[in-house]
Ligand binder design. Structure first.
Ligand SMILES: *Cc1c(COP(=O)(O)O)cnc(C)c1O
Length: 406
C-alpha cells in the first residue's frame, strides 16, 4: 500500500477551510485522515479513540470489514440505477429490514431528514385517505427538545432557536408538547391528528431517556386515538441501546419506524421509513421518490448492516459494555460529573459548569486522545462504536476522570 500523499498539515487544512467552507459547524480542531474500528488517525499520525462514532452512523466501527467488503463487491457490479428500473439488491434489503424490525414495508431514502420528511408526507396522506381527516387539516404532534433533522419543514417544529432563527416562514400543522408527559400528549391529540412523532430517547437534547411506561403510554394513546405512532430511531436504533430498537425496552412496535445513520454502515447515507402495509401502502407511483433512494450500493451496504444485526452480537455487546460505561460514569458523579443518563453504549454526561463548558471538556479530552462531542451547555455525549473493547472504554473513562480532576 502506498502512503497517502500529504501536502498540508492539520493546522494548514483548518485554515484553508475558513474562507471556502460554509461555517455551519464548529468542529474540534482535529483533522482525521484515516480510521479503523474504534480509532481514527489525524494528518500527523496522532491516534484518537472515537467516542462519538459519527453520531451513531459508525455503530459497527470505522471501515467494518464485513461492510467494506459488501461495498467493494457492489462497487464492481452496479452502483446506481435510479428507481426507473429495478435493481437486484433492493428486494433483499427491504425483506431483511422488514424482518429485522417486525414491520411490513420499506421506503428507502438517503438521509435521516429525508426519512422524517417522507414519514410526515405518508402520515398526512394516511390521515386523509384512511382516517378521513378533512383536506389540509392534518396535524402531527411532536415533543419539545426534539431533533429530527434540518429541512425547512423539520425545523418548523424544532424548539431549538438556533436551528430555527432566520429560516421562516415555517410549515404549519405541528403541535409541540413537553417530552415525557403522557397527559400533555393526550391533550394535544384530537380527530385531526395524523401521527405522534417522537424519539424514544432524545439524542441531540442530551440523551434524554423518558420514564418507564412513557413509550407504552404513547403506543396506547395513539392506538386509542386512531393515529400513527412514528418512532424516530435514526440515532437510537440499530444496536446503540443494547437492543435492535430502543422501543424494544418497552416491548412495543410503532406503526412507522425511521432509521438512518448506522443503516449506511458509515459508508454511504442510507435511511428508511419502515411501516405497516396499510400505512406505507398509501403511496402510489409518482407521489414520492428519491433519485438515490434504494440504490444498489446503499441496498448492498444496508443489507450487510442488517446481516450484522441479525446475529444479535452487537446488541449484546452494547448492553454488556453499557454496564461498564454506566458504572464508570456513576463513579465520577460528585467528582466533576453532576449527573448522567445512559442506555447501552450511549450516554449524556452533565459536567459541573465550574470545570468547563462541554466544548472545553471535549477539547481537553481531544488532547488526551479521546474524541467526544458536546451537546448543550456543559453536557457531553458518549456514543462509541459498538465494537469498543472493555479496555478502550476504560481508557476513555480514565481520560475523563483525569480531565475532570485537572
Ligand atoms: C441525525 C438525526 C436525524 C437527521 O439525520 P440526517 O441524516 O442528519 O439528516 C433525524 N433524527 C434523529 C433522531 C437524528 O439523530
Amino acid at each position: 500500500m502506498t502512503a497517502p500523499v500529504r501536502t498540508r498539515s492539520s493546522a494548514e487544512l483548518i485554515r484553508a477551510e475558513e474562507p471556502v467552507l460554509a461555517h455551519n459547524y464548529h468542529p474540534l480542531p482535529v483533522v482525521v485522515a484515516r480510521a479503523e474500528g474504534t480509532w481514527v488517525e489525524d494528518v500527523e499520525g496522532r491516534r484518537y479513540l472515537d467516542m462519538l462514532a459519527g453520531y451513531s452512523a459508525l455503530n459497527f466501527g470505522h471501515r467494518n470489514p464485513v461492510l467494506i467488503e459488501a461495498a467493494h463487491r457492489q462497487l464492481d457490479l452496479l452502483t446506481l440505477t435510479s428507481r426507473a428500473f429495478h435493481n437486484d439488491r433492493l428486494a433483499e434489503f427491504a425483506e431483511s429490514l422488514a424482518a429485522l424490525t417486525g414491520l411490513d414495508m420499506v421506503l428507502p431514502m438517503n438521509t435521516g431528514a429525508e426519512a422524517v420528511e417522507s414519514a410526515v408526507k405518508v402520515a398526512r396522506k394516511w390521515a386523509y385517505e384512511v382516517k378521513g381527516v378533512p383536506a389540509g387539516r392534518a396535524t402531527i404532534v411532536v415533543a419539545d427538545g426534539n431533533f429530527h433533522g434540518r429541512t425547512t419543514t423539520i425545523v418548523s417544529f424544532s424548539t431549538d432557536e438556533t436551528a430555527r432563527s432566520g429560516f421562516g416562514p415555517f410549515t404549519p400543522g405541528f403541535r409541540v408538547v413537553p417530552y415525557n408527559d403522557p397527559a400533555a400528549l393526550e391533550a394535544a391529540v384530537d380527530e385531526t391528528t395524523a401521527a405522534v412523532l417522537i424519539e424514544p430517547i432524545q439524542g441531540e437534547a442530551g440523551v434524554i431517556i423518558p420514564d418507564d411506561g412513557y413509550l407504552t403510554a404513547v403506543r396506547e394513546l395513539t392506538r386509542r386515538a386512531g393515529c400513527l405512532f412514528i418512532a424516530d430511531e435514526i440515532q437510537s436504533g440499530l444496536g446503540r441501546t443494547g437492543s435492535t430498537l430502543a422501543v424494544e425496552h418497552e416491548g412495543l412496535l410503532p406503526d412507522v419506524l425511521l432509521l438512518g445513520k448506522a443503516l449506511g454502515g458509515g459508508i454511504v447515507p442510507v435511511s428508511a421509513v419502515v411501516g405497516r402495509r396499510d400505512v406505507l401502502g398509501v403511496l402510489r407511483p409518482g407521489e414520492h421518490g428519491s433519485t438515490f433512494g434504494g440504490n444498489p450500493l446503499a441496498a448492498a451496504v444496508g443489507s450487510a448492516v442488517v446481516g450484522l444485526l441479525e446475529t444479535g452480537e452487537f446488541q449484546r455487546r452494547a448492553a454488556e459494555a453499557g454496564v461498564l460505561l454506566r458504572d464508570g460514569l456513576a463513579a465520577l458523579v460528585g467528582r466533576g460529573v453532576l449527573g448522567f443518563r445512559s442506555r447501552g453504549l450511549w450516554a449524556g454526561v452533565d459536567i459541573d459548569p465550574a470545570i468547563g463548558t462541554g466544548r472545553e471538556i471535549s477539547e481537553r479530552l481531544m488532547r488526551e486522545g479521546i474524541l467526544v462531542k458536546d451537546t448543550h451547555g456543559s453536557t457531553i455525549r458518549l456514543a462509541p462504536p459498538l465494537t469498543i473493547t472493555d479496555e478502550e472504554l476504560r481508557s476513555a473513562l480514565d481520560a475523563l476522570e483525569k480531565v475532570l480532576a485537572a
